[in-house]
Ligand binder design. Structure first.
Ligand code: UD1
Length: 422
């Protein structure tokens, strides 16, 4: 298995292009199941998760062509040849549970494996199922699969979510596009990915209002048509590369970077001392002279501080001049990077959903491994300033969500390489 070697190498300077958003493109791909016409996606990142979801969609009869070196995906679900998404495929990627809403709406039937537990927490799907039941579906759980059926079609309904779940909002919204009548989703997720999905559905002929706010109203239509949609920039990749120069020093311009995608994160970065400027091409982040300031953060649904940037922020706080408290409220088991950071010399104490980080002057390279995507990248970030060599194992987690991370970081001066494993 490949690993990544990082050696602390001083300041980073230069430009890093930001790829299309993983968490957006996966949901747009699922939307292709809603129509018998082609959906073409541009600005697609080249990531392992896209291959995994492509396998799921192909197993349902969707044809997928990669164009422009993988930057463009053409998806064509002229005919659904199966209504069953298998465990072996769904278990690899939770986002594939979002084939449920589109398949049910289009075919009146869907059998989708429960996504199962995941390294960062239980990640239940009760709200997804409740939403579809409110739309008139009959749901049964059998042998680890969700059997959803609505032979006479779905009917618009009011869907109050007890928590602003991203996945449940998206499953409900996609299903409701083809339901009869009006659906109102209350306490809806406001994440940019959810807004981008609504924009794509609107381009396909859906009638949706209020995406990006707490109330989304969908007026069902008889059918959707093909469209071409560009994927928005990846705010989590952007945030990760904003932290890199704060840890290593220097100044990096993020091409395609946008502050509106990360409002709370940008504020916390500024509190930590980062100088952030909007440029003609995106954003520039500069580490000022002097130490990183300690900053407390609590993860929250958008527009709050994203859970997907908590691990990276912790890596930065490991070098801060004082004590910071990081509170994780979205996923219950999301501090698995902490013990690995300790191996590199960090001072982190975890109690339940709270991590207290006492900054240190110096950390040391070590062999580390992480059990999820964002945890892995936090170890690379720490390695940028650690003395000696950090070897991050289990790189397949990184490849799920970061496109050519070693190339992007070495282009701005990091000493980082991929070592091919057996
Ligand atoms: C989450 C993130 C999203 C990120 C994605 C990928 C939040 C709010 N969501 O989305 O920004 O892009 O991971 O990393 O930060 N839950 C239930 N029942 C349900 C659905 C969810 O109890 O039916 C719980 C989950 O167990 C979890 C929380 O709600 O504790 C967050 O859920 P949700 O937003 O649905 O997660 P994802 O869609 O995976």
């Amino acid at each position: 298995m490949d690993s990544i070697l990082v050696r602390g190498n001083g300041a980073l300077n230069g430009q890093i292009p930001i790829a299309g958003a993983k968490n957006t493109v996966l949901k747009l791909m699922c939307a292709a199941l809603l129509t018998d016409e082609p959906l073409t996606l541009t600005n697609v990142p080249r990531l392992a998760d896209i291959r995994t979801l492509s396998d799921v969609l192909e197993s349902l009869g969707c044809e997928i062509a990669q164009l422009a070196n993988g930057r463009v995906l053409a998806l064509n679900a002229t005919q659904l040849t199966s209504h069953k998404a298998d465990y072996d495929l769904v278990r690899k990627l939770r986002a594939s549970f979002n084939v449920l809403g589109p398949m049910l709406a289009r075919a009146g039937e869907a059998i989708v494996s429960m996504p199962g537990g995941c390294a960062i927490g239980a990640r239940a799907v009760d709200m997804h199922l409740d939403a579809l039941e409110r739309l008139g579906a009959t749901i049964e759980l059998k042998d680890g699969y969700v059997h959803a059926s609505a032979p006479k079609g779905l009917k618009g309904a009011e869907i109050p979510l007890r928590f602003a779940s991203v996945g449940a909002t998206e499953n409900a919204m996609t299903a409701a596009t083809l339901a009869k009548g009006t659906t109102v989703i209350k306490n809806a997720a406001r994440e940019p990915d959810t807004k981008a999905l609504a924009d794509c559905l609107i381009a396909m002929g859906a009638q949706i209002e209020g995406a990006g706010t707490e109330t989304i109203t969908i007026q069902g239509v008889d059918s959707l048509h093909g469209a071409t949609q560009a994927v928005i920039p990846d705010r989590i990749e952007m945030g990760t590369f904003m932290i890199a120069p704060m840890i290593a020093g220097g100044s990096v311009e993020l091409l395609g970077g946008r502050l509106d995608l990360i409002p709370s994160f940008a504020e916390k970065m500024q509190e930590a001392g980062a100088i952030i400027e909007e440029t003609k091409l995106g954003l520039r982040v500069t580490k000022p002279d002097g130490p990183i300031k300690p900053v407390n953060v609590t993860t929250e649904p958008f527009p709050g501080f994203p859970t997907d940037l908590q691990a990276q922020f912790m890596a930065m706080m490991c070098f801060a001049d004082g004590v910071s408290v990081l509170e994780e409220t979205i996923f219950e088991n999301r501090f698995m990077h902490a013990p690995e950071l300790l191996r590199m010399g960090a001072h982190v104490e975890v109690h339940g959903g709270t991590a207290t980080v006492t900054g240190v002057d110096k950390m040391n390279g070590a062999q580390v491994m992480a059990t999820d995507l964002r945890a892995s990248v936090s170890l690379i970030l720490a390695g940028l300033r650690a003395e000696g060599e950090t070897q991050v194992n289990r790189v397949y987690h990184l490849d799920r969500g970061y496109e050519r991370i070693e190339e992007k970081l070495s282009a701005v001066g990091a000493n980082i390489e991929r070592v091919k494993g057996s």
